[in-house]
Design a protein around this ligand. Structure first.
Ligand code: CA
Length: 241
């Protein structure tokens, strides 16, 4: 997985502990995002493609176990729980709710790193060797499109179903992000589907895509209309190498 920097979200309200963990992971070339409570955590998950969460149990507002339970109702994102509570019950409950691992505080940073690394490697293995060449993946605004697997996952890791033509159109738009494309150019990008499509069907496909990927399909941000010409993809693009 060379070149793919993993993103770790640390949810921790104690500055000293947060700084120690963040600095350690950054030195090891992870991208680190910090949150001090549940609200910041869900905002971070909305905005970033997170690979693993390190979650403290004792937090202001909703506690870590509650946050973990809420997360598990919608996502399989790996979570390592850290806690100063020496209570065995919390340990067991956390694992029952679906934590991938558990470490007592004060955290041994070296041990935390090794566990995080192992969990991420296991997850990468589960997501199959299709990603090995790397070039097939396009990340945008917390979403990820995999051209080999022909899959689209949202920022929570949930699979979004697209038809073949919707997928090809989105892929074409993302590859040409920032360029204004006419309906004819978009049709050409649809390859095998183009025989059955015309200019109007591009509009229909765009409308369907927007309903699946835009927060507000009426005011699209990722796929914008350019009057009299066609469309432009404004998804913040960062291609995995
Ligand atoms: Ca705490």
């Amino acid at each position: 997985m060379m070149g793919l920097r993993k993103t770790i979200l640390i949810v921790e309200d104690e500055p000293t502990s947060m700084e120690a963990m963040a600095a350690y992971f950054e030195i090891e070339n992870y991208r680190v995002i910090c949150a001090t409570d549940g609200e910041e955590m869900s905002r971070a998950l909305d905005r970033h493609l997170v690979n693993l969460i390190i979650l403290d149990l004792r937090l202001p507002g909703k506690d870590g176990l509650t946050l973990l339970r809420e997360l598990r109702s919608k996502s399989d994102l790996p979570v390592i729980v850290v806690s100063s509570r020496s209570d065995e019950i919390d340990h067991i409950v956390a694992l029952e709710i679906g934590a991938d691992d558990y470490l007592d505080k004060p955290v041994n940073l070296r041990e935390l790193l090794v566990r995080a690394h192992n969990i991420l490697r296991r997850c990468a293995g589960q997501r199959s060797a299709m990603h090995e060449n790397g070039t097939a993946r396009i990340e945008f605004d917390g979403w990820e499109l995999d051209a080999d697997a022909r899959s689209l996952t949202d920022h929570r890791g949930a699979d979004i179903h697209l038809t073949g033509a919707e997928f090809d159109l989105l892929h074409h738009l993302l590859r040409r992000a920032g360029s204004v494309l006419s309906r004819e150019q978009l049709l050409e990008g649809l390859g095998e589907h183009s025989w059955s499509l015309n200019d109007r069907t591009i509009d229909v496909l765009v409308r369907r895509l927007r309903s699946k990927i835009e927060c507000d399909p009426k005011r699209p941000r990722m796929i914008q209309t350019v009057r009299g010409i066609g469309y432009v993809c404004r998804a913040g693009q960062k291609r995995s190498a």
